[in-house]
Design a protein around this ligand. Structure first.
Ligand code: COA
Ligand code: MG
Length: 294
């Protein structure tokens, strides 16, 4: 599937060691699931967690959410085994944590190629270290490299707070510059970019506010830790009726025979260029897929 039009509004983390949570997935309406083998799984539970994933993916049918596996860093004691187990599961993507530099992306791309992983198996990376922030531009360039698998950045806000020592505030004021930098880089590279998790899963009003904030910053969706966060995220990252109507009007305006050869037209006192047409078409394609998911 063309990732550019696949909705990634609600992306739920599930500890791969939690069989009850995995069983719950069939009833959930999230756009994507990230099965975690890293921080949400205790060292002594890693082997069982991989076994759970084998079971889940062996029984996985057509359709359903996009399925991603977060492995441990390749340099860790679990990394290689995780990567091989993930590869065998045939997920839609592998998510690599603690990425620091382009070298990390090259290394995992090479390892996936060496295991003959199909090109359709994509790579997502966590942006959660100070070094990744400093290398964000070069990391995003993989998005323009047809041979590379990278197609999504995931903001790792808990780790960024921990590593840098910034104060975590409800309005995320000290994180905001880095979040915006991730969005900017993702756009430069043609990548998707997902906002970080909100740890407080009981206060859904606050959560809805954080989703609205993430959508306003330009994120494509939000990573989640609890099923109760799915609906608010789907709502916040879906275009409003007004935005959809505007997009349809732009497509219709450029479809008129008299506008076929025009690069710029006027509509209701507003200048519309072909870049707005491309933007409108992408928005409608993505919204259409989200609707068909039901
Ligand atoms: N995915 C799927 N199902 C989940 C879930 C998740 N992330 N989190 C909770 N559930 C399920 C529970 O299993 C429970 O199911 P049940 O109705 O069959 O009993 C139901 O949702 C209600 O859960 P609740 O009791 O409210 O939460 P909890 O105390 O069981 O779990 C957390 C709370 C935070 C431990 C849990 O949500 C979690 O592990 N989240 C993911 C953490 C993670 O992956 N972190 C790494 C990335 S930041
Ligand atoms: Mg992390």
């Amino acid at each position: 599937m063309n990732h550019a039009t696949r909705p990634r509004r609600s992306v739920l983390f599930v500890p791969a060691s939690n069989e009850r949570a995995i069983a719950k997935l069939a009833s959930l309406e999230c756009d994507a699931v990230i099965f975690d083998l890293e921080d949400a799984v205790a060292p002594e539970a890693k082997a069982d967690a991989r076994e759970n994933l084998r079971g889940f993916f062996a029984a996985r049918g057509e359709g359903g959410p996009e399925c991603v596996i977060r492995i441990n860093p390749l340099a860790s004691e679990w990394g290689t085994e995780d990567l091989l187990a993930a590869r065998a599961c045939k997920p839609d993507a592998v998510l690599l944590p603690k990425v620091n530099s382009p070298r990390d992306v090259h290394d995992i791309d090479d390892m996936l190629d060496e295991t003959d992983a199909p090109a359709s198996m994509r790579l997502w990376i966590m942006i959660e270290t100070a070094k990744a922030m400093l290398n964000i531009g070069p990391l995003a360039e993989f998005g323009r490299d047809g041979a590379a698998r990278l197609d999504c950045f995931v903001a790792g806000t808990n780790d960024l707070v921990k590593e840098t020592g910034i104060l975590s505030t409800p309005d995320r004021r000290y994180l905001a510059p880095w979040l915006m930098q991730m969005v900017l880089a993702a756009r430069a590279g043609g990548l998707d970019v997902l906002d970080g998790v909100s740890n407080d899963f009981r206060d859904l009003d606050r959560f809805a506010g954080e989703c609205a904030d993430g959508a306003a910053m330009g994120f494509d969706g939000k990573t989640l830790i609890h099923p109760a966060q799915i609906d608010p995220a789907n709502r916040a990252f879906s275009p409003s009726e007004a935005v959809l109507a505007e997009a349809k009007a732009i497509v219709a305006a450029f479809a008129l025979p008299e506008n076929a050869r025009k690069g710029v037209i006027a509509r209701d006192g507003q200048m519309i260029e072909r870049l707005h047409l491309a933007q409108a078409e992408r928005l409608l394609a993505r919204a259409g897929r989200a609707l068909r998911k039901g």
